[in-house]
Write a protein that binds this ligand. Structure first.
Ligand code: DOR
Ligand code: ZN
Length: 344
């Protein structure tokens, strides 16, 4: 097969940062994706509808004129966010709220310290039909970093779903067999996003020939058995799994650092990576469901009308992009990928 055409995809989990950085990363996503769910973990987290709307305007100003792109906005849950803000958020078109357990990842210090603190907010979200997006890792330092997602399911997610059976939840960037199996066991109201890097890589990548910070993200890459489970889930046609790159740009100087930031930048080549992953298991026929159909269905949104062509054509990944005053290095920088993507 030398090419496949799919309905234009959406990215259901994306970080674009702010200020000058937007000019580098927004065009990369808008070149292939029609919409993206924008993460609210800015240095000053987005906790009000008003702040999300002005951020949306700044993002839209970075979209090249010849492209159409719709940022889908989210808010950041803190211990102090007001339940009354939920109706305001809904009225402004905010689609979801993001739960970062405090300290779990980049810019999560103001996240939730105890989920019980936000029960009134969750109650309101459930009522209004606002989605809950979860970074599913416990922060208990006594839990091994590779087990934090599996432990989150037992300690947080199962009780949460019991207390809010009508709340629609996306378990973001899942990385384990346990998470796949849990999502598969729930019939209604739970879905998961999967990144391209977790479909393509296992944790050996972080240590290959030296410590490789560009492969460091959170949740951290897991062992091969988990990668295979993720790939199976993503390519199974199961409507509960859909695309979310978690493309997370950081200055190269902060990745190549004694305390490297977590996050892989994949936005510019994301569809090439997903195509390779699906091809590796002979399931390119399922890529459209995963990338373009399952996400809108779960979010209750319409399908896109344009098409994206994926061609079996070598694609050299850029070494770096100018990024603010520094540079941004994409995952697989300098390597050649097998698929190229082009909007029709
Ligand atoms: O690797 C990650 N990077 N994981 C996250 O949860 C956050 C993200 C970021 O914002 O850099
Ligand atoms: Zn993320």
């Amino acid at each position: 097969m030398d090419h496949i055409d799919i309905i234009q995809p959406d990215d259901w989990h994306l970080h674009v940062r702010d200020g000058d950085f937007l000019k580098t990363v927004v065009p990369h996503t808008a070149e292939h994706f029609a919409r993206a769910v924008i993460m609210p973990n800015l240095k000053e987290p987005l906790t009000t509808a008003q702040s999300a709307m002005s951020y949306k305007e700044r993002i839209l100003k970075s979209v090249p004129d010849h492209l159409n792109f719709e940022p889908l906005m989210t808010l950041y849950l803190t211990d102090h966010i007001k339940a009354s803000e939920m109706a305001v958020a809904k009225a402004h078109g905010v689609v979801a709220l993001k739960l970062y357990p405090a300290g779990a990842t980049t810019n999560s210090d103001l996240g939730v310290t105890n989920i019980k603190h936000i029960y009134p907010v969750l109650e309101e979200m459930q009522k209004l039909g606002l989605l809950l997006l979860v970074h599913g890792e416990v922060t208990d330092p006594s839990v091994d970093v590779f087990d934090r997602e599996a432990v989150f399911i037992d300690r947080q997610l199962i009780p949460l779903r019991k207390d809010f059976p009508g709340l629609r939840i996306v378990f973001e960037h899942i990385t384990t067999k346990e998470a796949c199996e849990y999502v598969q066991s729930v019939d209604e109201g739970l879905a998961a996003t999967l990144t391209a890097h977790h479909l393509l890589l296992n944790r050996n990548a972080i240590f290959k020939g030296g410590l490789r910070p560009h492969y460091y993200c959170l949740p951290v890459l897991k062992r091969e058995t988990h990668r295979l489970a993720l790939l199976q889930a993503a390519s199974s046609g199961d409507a509960r799994f859909f695309l979310g790159t978690d493309s997370a740009p950081h200055l190269a100087s902060l990745k190549e650092h004694a305390s490297a930031c977590a996050g892989c930048y994949t936005a510019s080549v994301a569809m090439s990576l997903y195509a390779s992953a699906f091809e590796s298991v002979g399931r390119l026929d399922q890529l459209e469901r995963f990338a373009s159909l399952n996400g809108p269905a779960f979010y209750g949104l319409g399908q896109n009308t344009r098409q994206l062509r994926l061609k079996k054509l070598p694609l050299k990944v850029h070494d770096a992009y100018p990024y603010g005053l520094g540079e941004l290095k994409p995952l697989f920088a300098g390597e050649t990928l097998e698929w190229s993507a082009q909007l029709l």
